[in-house]
Design a protein around this ligand. Structure first.
Ligand code: GAP
Length: 445
């Protein structure tokens, strides 16, 4: 299947089944902003819950945080975002389109008569590259003036740095320790696209690990290993995951070392998570800009130091897209195409579909009772409309791992048919055991 065809099919499946819709669609949509529908919100929540469990609940050395999106504007001066979070951009004076200066579609030298606009085709209408800040600005309070400017955070990390002492003191942690946060971030991306891959509003799952200088390289390696394993445990195809090391010209201003975890999307190998050794850049800058001492006092060694930071930064939307792409497959079944989202059961939005084989002979009543019982334990879906084969296909497209059919034998034998999404194999399970049967197979580590 051609790569663009696969993305087109996925986008259309996501709309059809209620994973992702374009934002404000009835008004023509808003560029590169997306809404998650009933199945999408469950999928993304499962990603975030798994991350939170692995990073916070399963560990003694990481605390959670939920900092506000709006922060003191000095934060973004200290972080380097006001001065440095910029892309060089070129405008077309004729059609008013805007491009990144390194857009491969631009022909000639922007600002010169030979330069050609890739959209309207005019020559000599492209401006010289100008720097453009990617942070969204808004105003705090009733007056819209420069003094009232605040930014929508472009990353969640800064909320962690400015709270590092609060968390350290209130939780009584000791270095090395980490702070984890999941939350929205906003970037006025110039070339967003590829569905939910690069958007202007997205969610990050970030963890900052504070370590003693000199131990950072070892922690960095340890975190690389743990984070790659987490992606494998989501059920992603291992051969489609790889490391990309940032060369000296790629490293962000704060990073001493950086590796991306990349996934092989239909549009190429792309980053889904970054692991960064940020040294003491962040705490050093916040100490300088705030005038507050942010050093850590190591009582055992009776020494003070500014901790180094190892950061793991993943996008919840990107991981959700990775799961969708990795799970999508088409199969020929008896001359018909079956579309399946083969999610790992732990991330599947719905765990079981419940179907009465026919709408009579007490089957709907038994199926409804079972459905309500299951729904108390995990997300389940009841469907009594159409042929059973069509109901199975709808659940295949939603990525539901188990289909439970109440049939003519259920009342007397107290058993149902459980159909496995991937193999389409069916087996008989007693009504009393079906909830446990499914729970055992959800693998919610
Ligand atoms: N605090 C470091 C940081 O923000 P980043 O590489 O700019 O580093 C980290 O972003 C992760 O956030 C990326 O790996 C990606 O998963 C996600 N991300 C960044 N920009 C995004 C965007 N425009 N849309 C969706 N996800 C994005």
């Amino acid at each position: 299947m051609a790569d663009t065809a696969l993305m087109d099919k996925l986008v259309s499946l996501c709309k059809r089944r209620g994973f992702v819709f374009q934002s404000s669609e009835i008004y023509g949509g808003l560029g590169s902003v997306w809404d998650y529908g009933p199945l999408g919100v469950e999928l993304k929540k499962n990603v975030k819950d798994r991350w939170w469990r692995a990073m916070v609940h399963a560990r003694d050395d990481i605390e959670g945080l939920d900092a506000a999106i709006l922060m003191h504007p000095r934060v973004w001066e200290a972080s380097g975002h006001v001065a440095g979070f910029t892309d060089p951009l070129v405008d077309c004076r004729h059609c008013k389109n805007r491009f990144r200066a390194d857009d491969p579609r631009l022909k000639g030298t922007p600002g010169q008569p030979d330069a050609q606009c890739p959209v309207c085709g005019n020559r000599g209408t492209l401006t010289e590259p100008r720097m453009f800040n990617l942070m969204f600005k808004t105003f705090m309070g009733p007056v819209e003036e420069q003094a009232a400017v605040v930014y929508l955070r472009p990353e969640t990390a800064q909320g962690i740095y400015v709270n590092y002492l609060n968390v350290l003191q209130s939780s009584r942690q000791k270095v090395p320790f980490g702070i984890a946060q999941i939350g929205k971030a906003f970037r006025n991306e110039i070339t967003p696209g590829n569905f939910i891959f690069r958007t202007r509003e997205f969610e990050q799952m970030e963890m900052q690990f504070f370590v003693k200088p000199g131990t950072d390289a070892d922690w960095f390696e340890q975190w690389r290993e743990w984070r790659m394993r987490w992606h494998h445990d989501l059920g992603l195809t291992p051969a489609k995951l790889q490391w990309h090391q940032h060369g000296p010209d790629e490293l962000a201003h704060y990073a001493r070392a950086a590796f991306d975890i990349q996934y092989q999307f239909p549009f190429g190998w792309q980053e889904i998570e970054g692991i960064h050794n940020r040294g003491d850049f962040d705490l050093g800058r916040h100490q300088e800009y705030s005038g507050k001492k942010l050093e850590y006092f190591d009582q055992a060694a009776t020494e003070r130091f500014l901790p180094f930071i190892v950061e793991t930064s993943a996008g919840a939307d990107r991981v959700a897209l990775t799961l969708l792409v990795d799970a999508y497959r088409e199969e020929d079944v008896g001359g018909e195409t079956r579309v399946v989202l083969g999610f790992h059961p732990a991330v599947a939005p719905i765990k079981a579909g419940v179907f009465p084989l026919v709408k009579k002979d007490g089957m709907p009543e038994l199926a409804t009772e079972l459905y309500h019982d299951l729904k108390r334990r995990f997300p389940a879906f009841y469907d009594d409309s159409g042929a059973i084969g069509r109901r199975y296909r709808r659940m295949d497209e939603a990525g539901t791992p188990f289909g439970i059919t109440v049939d003519g034998e259920t009342a007397s034998a107290r058993s149902v048919t459980v159909r496995h999404r991937d193999s389409m194999r069916q087996e008989r399970v007693s009504v009393d055991q079906v909830a446990g049967f499914i729970e055992e197979r959800l693998g919610r580590a």
